[in-house]
Ligand binder design. Structure first.
Ligand code: ADP
Ligand code: MG
Length: 352
């Protein structure tokens, strides 16, 4: 009897929807760290501290001195598609890291999340959500800013938990994302601590807030993150073509590495891993490096948000340029000019 076996269409409840979304947004502890630190940056924080235990699997805590969340807004901040960053009328014009309003509800669906926050001049408050079950807003004491604590990530989705790598590998991914964000925000002070076990914990990374203009600040920050040697071997890049601006530092071919780990690319302030940009970087050095060597660089492409789509995937750091050839050409020619000026003219043909 067909009518008895007919599938029933049901509307999923919020908790199921959030767990499904979390699978997209939060792949591993480092993606949770990325979302929380981006929120702190969006909140205008000048100092951000990230603590983790057991590779972030049992604890991630992000403390910032940003604008805070008002007690009345805490419940809303945890609800799906609630954001203070866009009003939905202009999705082509995004100037913040966040805009989907998905991170906090997703993290609360798959872990135990507590947000403790205080807006200047108001009383502090906190809210918790455990595996999608949201508690009441309670008064809390803190000086200002926001402390987000995420415990037992993926306890509510054991299948995802099983796919995590060793604590060491997850900690490495956290450190990597912090370093990328630290390069994107040289005026912000970053501290990363491993607080596994009892003891006081161990500082994994720290970058003091840089001073001066953007180039001076970036150079100082690159010296802190990538080391003095990179900074001393790096050429300043500053070029523009049809509304696309390229800035940053690219290392001399003599500083090249045996792996591609020293390639940092940013589009409108966001760390990205983009094949097009990586290919352009390689193209600029094509005749200056042997096949097994990789150029080292930290490059920033900035343009009108209308010229690039950062909305390709919530967690993946891909972007889509309206004119990919323009982006590629800009990188190749700017880098080759800088390298030629520095005496590395191997060929006058520009890679296409
Ligand atoms: P999105 O960042 O896309 O807006 P989130 O779920 O990450 O979505 O955050 C929801 C809202 O909570 C943000 O729009 C912001 O108003 C607020 N918020 C989150 N984290 C912070 C923070 N560290 N400081 C101040 N406000 C925050
Ligand atoms: Mg966010």
């Amino acid at each position: 009897n067909i009518s008895e076996n007919r599938p029933v269409i049901r509307q999923l409840d919020d908790s199921a929807i959030n767990r499904i979304a979390a699978g997209e947004v939060v792949e591993r502890p480092a993606s949770a760290v990325k979302e929380l630190v981006e929120n702190a940056i969006d909140a205008g924080a000048r100092q951000i501290t990230v603590e983790y235990a057991d590779g972030g699997k049992t604890l991630i805590r992000v403390t910032d001195d940003g604008c805070g969340i008002a007690a009345d807004d805490l419940t809303l901040a945890l609800s799906r598609h609630a954001t203070s960053k866009i009003d939905g009328t202009d999705l082509l014009n995004i100037h913040t890291f966040g805009f989907r309003g998905e991170a906090l509800p997703s993290l609360g669906a798959v872990g135990r999340l507590t947000i403790c926050s205080r807006v200047a001049g108001q009383d502090g408050a906190e809210i918790s959500v455990n595996g999608g079950v949201t508690g009441p807003v309670r008064p809390a004491a803190l000086n200002g800013g926001t402390v987000v604590t995420l415990r037992d990530l993926f306890f509510a989705t054991p299948a995802r938990l099983k796919f995590l790598r060793t604590d060491r590998a997850e900690a490495q991914a956290i450190s990597d994302i912090i370093k990328r964000l630290a390069m994107a925000e040289p005026f912000v002070r970053f501290t990363l601590r491993d607080v596994s076990g009892d003891g006081p914990g161990r500082e994994v990374f720290r970058a003091e807030a840089e001073q001066g203009d953007m180039f001076a600040a970036l150079h100082g920050r690159l010296a802190q993150v990538l080391g003095r040697e990179f900074a001393e071997n790096a050429l300043a890049i500053d070029a523009e073509r049809e509304g696309l601006h390229l800035t940053g530092y690219a290392a001399l071919p003599t500083y090249s590495r045996g792996s591609a780990v020293t390639q940092y690319l940013f589009v409108n302030g966001r760390p990205v891993r983009d094949k097009l940009l990586v290919g352009a970087l390689r193209g600029a050095y094509f005749d200056l490096l042997s096949r097994d060597r990789h150029p080292a660089a930290a490059l920033f492409v900035d343009c009108d948000p209308k010229l690039v789509d950062v909305n390709v995937h919530p967690a993946k750091s891909e972007v889509r340029f309206r004119d990919p050839g323009l982006a590629r050409g800009l990188i190749v020619s700017a880098l080759r000019h800088a390298l030629a000026d520095a005496g590395h003219r191997a060929s006058t043909t520009v890679a296409n």
